[in-house]
Design a binder for this molecule. Sequence first.
Ligand code: NAP
Length: 336
Amino acid sequence: MRSYRLEGAGGTECLVMRDEAQPEPKPHEIVVRVRATSLNRRDTMILNGSYPLPPRQGVIPLSDGAGEVVAVGDAVTRFAVGDRVTGSYFARWIDGRIHAGLIDQLGCTLDGMLAEYAVLDERWAVHLPEHLDWCEAATLTCAGLTAWNAVTGAGIPKPGQWVLVIGSGGVSLFALQFAKLLGCRVVAVTSRAEKADRLQALGADLVVSSADTPEWGATVREQTGGIDLVVETGGPATFAQSLMASTLYGHIVLLTLQDAKGGSIQLPAALYQRSLATISRLFVGNRTNLEAMLRAVSQHRLKPVIDKVFAFAEAVDAYRYFQQGDVFGKVVIDGA
Ligand SMILES: NC(=O)c1ccc[n+]([C@@H]2O[C@H](COP(=O)([O-])OP(=O)(O)OC[C@H]3O[C@@H](n4cnc5c(N)ncnc54)[C@H](OP(=O)(O)O)[C@@H]3O)[C@@H](O)[C@H]2O)c1
């Protein structure tokens, strides 16, 4: 089988294609014929050596992938040959709170999905909704679940309340879609005004161009009466504006603390002094959260937004395209 492995951490030249023996499952394992994978910001950080969790040398990258079970170990009970599955980001984190013993991640400390066949412990995988094709099904493990937990995890927002999403990456567009499922109103902030139509088509009630209105926080607050929940993916570039846009008791889920140049979030004290907003964090989510999200995706026949699909042999081009930053939704690698 063909697989990619990360040999070093110095950019795309460390992503090397290998020819390997087709894997056999151990008693509790399944072998998955991977049909598609997708990229997340963390995959470029792992590639470039800036991810906080050091990857295993020679690891197969990518947490997100979808495929069909082609072999099961003798003791497997959760899956059968032919099942459509995807993996869980923190593979060992099934439920409850995370702790140091559960931090192993697919595509980082554990072999991930960028291979023709992936081997997963049966506890690390979940069944996929029927209505998704392989490329769509390969987008949910990281960005989808992060957005789901950001929007549903804090007990807010309620129908009719305002959610703010930033940019057009995977997390933001999933957050927009999930917020609309919950009956919320959504403001989308984009640095590229030409994306406004597509954001509106996905359900955004208000689109603000940060290029035209760099101090967009006050404008958003004025036009909405204050944001109830911010899914903060912009980091240092947007955090102060997000705080400004928030209602007095707003909630900001802070997903990004640093930018690519090493700049960090600064808490604007004068602004926060006048605010009772809660600032919280999350790390993607566990398998139980993933299963809950997939039930909602299935029930509402939600379709993930895909920007571009690359062939398996073009994985390096996919990384390069994703890294340049101007995307609308997910960048997918077709493994068929
Ligand atoms: N804590 C967690 O569990 C967790 C999980 C997943 C992701 N994350 C973090 O969440 C962030 C989003 O990840 P992602 O994979 O969805 O997306 P991404 O690929 O980092 O986002 C790309 C989008 O961000 C927007 N953007 C780029 N530079 C910007 C800037 N200076 N100001 C405002 N927007 C900017 C662009 O949208 P426009 O062209 O529309 O502006 C671009 O399309 C990343 O930083 C990632 O590390 C955290």
